[in-house]
Design a protein around this ligand. Structure first.
Ligand SMILES: Cc1cc2nc3c(=O)[nH]c(=O)nc-3n(C[C@H](O)[C@H](O)[C@H](O)COP(=O)(O)OP(=O)(O)OC[C@H]3O[C@@H](n4cnc5c(N)ncnc54)[C@H](O)[C@@H]3O)c2cc1C
Length: 411
């Protein structure tokens, strides 16, 4: 039907963002006071998968990014979230464990209350949309699909299947792991399929979690139990494809049996589980994060194993750094679609992305292989880190994003 629509003249705007997920909306909100006319194109209405009355897609937003979202006015309305006060990691070989406490973060007399907060994706997205809709310079086209994108030397042209069309000096791909825009630009990506799926669900344990996140490493993949409000927990259970399919096929009671056996009695019995969803786990890195008049952010640029719960956290940082470069270029009357400007974004983000991709890969191998001597080495490593204040603090600063500069607010 849409193919027969006649397109009106293309409306010139300043920026087109493909994808109105958490990352695309953050980029738009970061530019709310920049004076730029930003159009976000989103193909679907939000679908919330409820599990024990919660969206079963949940993200641990680390402290550094909470500060960014506070700066955007998004975090103020996110209530009913549980502070993740500490994280306990152990494996099934009883070779030791390690605990990270928010109280060990910070310096001098100032310690932090939380390493981060568990937020339902739909809740974060809804708050981003509220801020988005307060600004006339930000426009949302939803639900609508893009029919075509054409790169010209001075601008990009986009036509939508509702007859609208836009031209802009820059297009941003925030359209997720299977990015349509990345494909249109023939960028391609490096990928590593873990042969695993991540099962997510909300569960109710018998005992209070006291804000502790638990991560148990098993030879088949990690099982995380993350603290939510009202005593609930969000699980991310990574398992080999066949095992994940078996677990997904079980009814609720049988699934709980397996979950209790696997997680153990740390929180007493896990008594209830809501709806489950499973996602294939693949690490990806776009061959180019930028091209002439195009930049990729969030999952469109990279995906990582969810074992550290940092995927969207990387994406939020991409969004802020790119928005900052765009706003600065505009201030200095530079063409922000030019590769020179976009390379500044890429150079700032690539080291962070590469180091996380590499460390997730290393962690995954370290904990899923049981070569002779490896469990002992793992145990020794965990004990050494646990007893070494400075190394532990550095690791925590890195993973919470507190060692990275907070992007300035853009005006
Ligand atoms: C099991 C699991 C657990 C995770 N847990 C965590 C965690 O605890 N912490 C964390 O930081 N990260 C976590 N992640 C990663 C996190 O979910 C992703 O990094 C994040 O959702 C990426 O956001 P995004 O906005 O880049 O992409 P998406 O969320 O995929 O959003 C892309 C948007 O683009 C739209 N779109 C796609 N194609 C088009 C098109 N052609 N035209 C228009 N619109 C389009 C889609 O509808 C969607 O709204 C987890 C991931 C998994 C799989």
């Amino acid at each position: 039907m849409s193919k027969t629509l006649k397109h009106a003249a293309l409306e010139p705007v300043d920026l087109i963002i493909v994808g109105g997920g958490m990352v695309g909306l953050t980029a738009a909100c970061a530019l709310k006071d920049s004076g730029l006319h930003v159009v976000v194109v989103e193909r679907s209405e939000p679908v919330v998968r409820k599990s024990l009355d919660r969206d079963c897609r949940v993200s641990a937003i680390v402290l550094g990014n909470v500060r960014i979202l506070q700066g955007l006015g998004v975090w103020d309305h996110i209530t009913d979230v549980e502070p993740m006060r500490s994280m306990k990691i152990w494996d099934d070989q009883r070779s030791g464990g390690i605990r990270f406490d928010a109280s060990e973060l910070g310096s001098g007399e100032r310690s932090e209350e939380a390493l981060g907060y568990l937020v339902e994706n739909s809740k974060l997205q809804a708050e981003l949309l509220k801020v988005f809709h307060q600004h006339d310079s930000l426009e949302l086209c939803c639900p609508v699909s893009i029919e075509s994108v054409t790169w010209k030397s001075e601008h990009v042209e986009v036509t939508l299947d509702d007859g609208q069309g836009f031209s802009a000096p820059l297009i941003i791909g925030a359209d997720g792991a299977h990015s349509w825009l990345r494909e249109q630009a023939e960028v391609g990506c490096y990928s590593h399929d873990y042969g695993q799926k991540g099962i997510v669900a909300t569960v109710r344990p018998q005992m209070n979690h006291h804000g502790v996140a638990f991560q148990r490493f098993l030879p088949t993949g990690p099982l995380a139990m993350l603290p939510m409000s009202d005593g609930l927990c969000s699980i991310v259970w990574s398992a080999k494809n066949e095992e994940a399919d078996r677990l997904m096929a079980l009814d609720g009671i049988a699934f709980l049996e397996d979950l209790n056996l696997t997680f153990g009695p740390v929180l007493g019995r896990i008594e209830a589980v809501g709806e489950r969803a499973a996602f294939p786990l693949v690490a990806r890195l776009a061959r180019h994060m930028v091209r002439h008049r195009m930049a990729l952010i969030g999952d469109a640029a990279h995906t990582i194993h969810p074992l550290a719960g940092l995927g969207v956290n990387l994406g939020l940082r991409d969004a802020m750094v790119l928005a900052q470069e765009i706003a600065d270029a505009k201030r200095f009357k530079e063409d922000f679609g030019e590769l020179d400007v976009l390379n500044r974004y890429m150079k700032q983000r690539l080291p962070d992305v590469l180091s996380l991709l590499a460390s997730m890969e290393g962690f995954h191998r370290l904990f899923t292989h049981n070569w002779p001597g490896l469990p002992e080495l793992r145990g020794l490593g965990m004990r050494l880190i646990g007893n070494s204040g400075p190394i532990k603090q550095l690791l925590m600063q890195n993973s919470t994003g507190l060692n990275l500069p907070v992007p300035k607010q853009i005006s």
